[in-house]
Design a protein around this ligand. Sequence first.
Ligand code: C2E
Ligand code: CA
Ligand code: CA
Length: 730
Amino acid sequence: MAILGDILEELGVVALEYHSDQTFHVLGNHRSWFSHLLEKIEPFSEGACTILQKDEFCLKFPFIENFLIDAEVSWTEPNHESIRSGLWTETTHSDDEYQLEACACWIDGQSILLIENHSNSFVQHHAVYQKARDIALLNEKLVSELNQRQRELQNEIEQRILHDASILGVAESIKGNTSAVMICQADGKVEVMNNALVDIYQIESESDLKRASLLDQWMQEAEEQYPELKNVIEKGSYWEGEFESIGSEGSSHWIRLTIGPVKESSGVVSHYVCVANDISAFRQTDTNLGGGFDITTRLPNRRHFWQHINRLIEKTLPEGKGIGLLYIDLDYFKRVNDDLGHQAGDFLLSAIASRISRGVKHSDFVAHLGGDEFAVVTMMIQDSEQLLSVANRLLESIHEPLSVDGQPITMSASIGVSMTFEEKFDSTLLVRQADLAMYTAKELGKGQSLFYESNMDYNIPHKLQREMELLEAVERNEFVLYLQPQISVCSTEKMRVEALIRWQHPEKGLLAPGEFIAIAEESGLIIPIGEWVLRSACDMGADLVSNGKPISIAVNISAKQLKHKDFYDSVVTCLETSGYPADLLELEITESCFLDDLDAVIVLIQRIRVLGVTISLDDFGTGFSSLNYLRQLPVDFLKIDQSFVQEISIDRQSQAIISFVINLAHELDIEVIAEGVETDEQLNFLIDRKVNFIQGYLFYRPMPLDDLEGCLSKIEDLCGENPALGVRTI
Ligand code: C2E
Ligand code: CA
Ligand code: CA
C-alpha cells in the first residue's frame, strides 16, 4: 500500500474508497497537496487510514457534491463506465488554488473516487485557453452589438416605409450604410439595395442581383440550418440568424441576417426589409479557436452538427436500423441565467452537457446547438420506443438537482424526437420534425419528451408571434398602470403606492404582468415597456401633486432595464419632463440586478439616489445571497417577499426570518415593507415586529388611478393609526 501511495502521489492522484456508511477512506498515505486541501475538512483517522465524512466533504467542496450525485448512480450500476467530473478549482485556507478533476470508477467490486491534481498543466493551458475564451467572448459581444444595430436599422427602415411612402427616399437614406440592406416586395422582387450588399457579393452591376433574387438564395441557404425559417416568414413574423452563404464567385461568407415584414394597417405584408452583415471574420477566428466546438460546453456546435448529420446520408445502415434525433431544450433556462448571472448559467450548461453525454452511447453524437439547445444523433435505432426511453432517461438525469453557489437548482428540459429509416433521408426534415415535436412538448407543459407526429401543427412561430403581439401592444399603447397603496404603520408623513402594469389586450381583456413580462424580458421589449411605465408613473405622480396630493410612486425596474446604458438618462428625463419631484419617485429593484456586476450597479444606484430618488429592494428573501451583502447595498426600503408573509401562520421559520430581517434592516436604517398581506393574523404579527409599511389585499388590491383618487382620504385615515384597528376595505 505504501508504494501505491507513492506512485499515486507521483501522478498527482488520490484514491478514495466509498463506503456504504457514507464515508470515504483514503487509500494509501497522502501528503502534500491533498493534506493541504484536507485542512478544510479535519478528517479523522482509524489506524493509518484517513476517513472523510461525505456530508462534510460535500459541504466544503460543493463541486464534488454535484459530481457525487452522478457518481453514486454509476456505482450502483457496476457495468457502467467510469465517469469524469471535468476540471474545477478549489481554494485552500491559505488561498492556494488547485485545479482538480474527479473520476468515479468501479474497481474490483469497490466504489472508487479518484481525485487528480492538474494544477501544473492547468496553469499553462489556462493562459492560452483564457485568451481564446476572451477573444471568443469579445467576438460574441461584437456580434451581439452588431445584432442590436441591425435590429434598430431594420426597425427604422420599416417605420420609414410605413410613414413616408417614397421608396426612393428610403433608398437614398440607406445608400451609404455599412450594413447591407435589401428591400423586397411581398413576392420577393428586389426593389432597393445598397452598396454594402454589392460589396459582400462582389457584384458588378445591380441588375445581376435583381435577376436572381438574393432573397430566395438567402432563404434557401438559411433554411438548411434553420428549418423553421420559411414558416416564420410565411406567417409574417420577424426572423434573424446566421448562416453560410455562397457569393457569385463561389466564395463563402458567414452572413448575419434579419428579415422583417412591413405590414400595412390591414395586416397585409407590403415589403420585406432585410439587413445583413458579413461576419466571416468573426466566424473564422471562432473556427480557428474552437474548431466547431462550443466554448462553454466543449461540445460540437451548430455548424458541426449540420456537417455531421449531412455526412450520415452517405452511410448505409443495415436493413431495419434507423437514425434517431433528440432535440433537447432546457426549460426556463433564460430565467436562471438572468437571475443567477452568466457564470452560473455557463456552469449549468456544462453540467447538463456532461450529463447528456454520459446518458447516451459513446457512438452517439451530442451537440450544443447554442443557447440552451442540445441535440443527440443516434444510430442503429430499432423503433421509437427505444428512442423515447433514451429521451426519458436524459430528462431524468437533467432533472437531478444541481448546486450553484451552495443553492440547489433543479432544471428540466423538453425533448422532441424524430427518426428515419430511409437511406437517402432529408436531414432538414429530420431536424424540423424533432424541433416541432420539442415545441409541442413545451406547449404541452414542458419537462417531457414527445415523438414527432404528422398532425403536429407547425406552431414554432408561437413565441415569435407573441413577441410581435407585444411589440404591437407597445406601438398601440395598450398598457395601463394600476396602483396599490402601501399603508404606513407608524407615521403619516407620505402616502405611497406601487405601480403595477396591466395589458389591456384587445381580445383577451386585462392581462396581469405574469402573462407577458417574461416574454418582454426575453425579447428585449422590456426596455420600451419599462420606459413607458416610468414615464406614465411620473406623469401620474405629477398630476396628483398638482391636485395637492403628493403621493410617492414605486416603479418596478427589471434587471435588464437597469443595466441598459440609457437608464439613468431616462430617469432624469422622465422627472424633468413631468415635473414630478424626485424624492417622490421610488425604484423597485431585485437582488438579481446585483448579480453580474455588483460594483457597477452600486455606483449607478448611488448616482440615482443623488437625484433624490429612493430605492427599494423587492422580493427580498427569494434571491441568492440576501443577508450577506445587504450591508453593501445602497437601498432605502426592503420589501419582504409575499412567500414569507403568507407562511407566517404556518411556519415558525418564516416568522423567525421576518423578525430577523426587520431587525437587521432597521439597524442599517432601511425601512421595511411587507407585501402580500391578506389576513389579520399576518398583519398583527408584522405590526408587532415593527414593520414600517403594509401592502396587500387585506387593505387594497391594485386599482386604476381614478379609483385610487376616490379612496385617498380613507387611506390617509388608515395610515399612522394602528391599521389593525382601523377601517378596512377589500
Ligand atoms: P411584485 O413587484 O412582487 O408585485 C407584487 C405583486 O403581488 C403584484 O402582482 C400584486 O398585485 C400582488 N399582490 C399585492 N398584494 C397581494 C396580496 O395580498 N396577495 C397576493 N396573492 N398578491 C398580492 P402583479 O401586479 O400581478 O405583478 C406581478 C409582478 O410583475 C410584480 O411582482 C413585478 O415583478 C412584475 N411587474 C409588475 N409591474 C411591472 C412593471 O411595470 N415593470 C416590471 N419590470 N415588472 C413589473
Ligand atoms: Ca414590486
Ligand atoms: Ca415583490
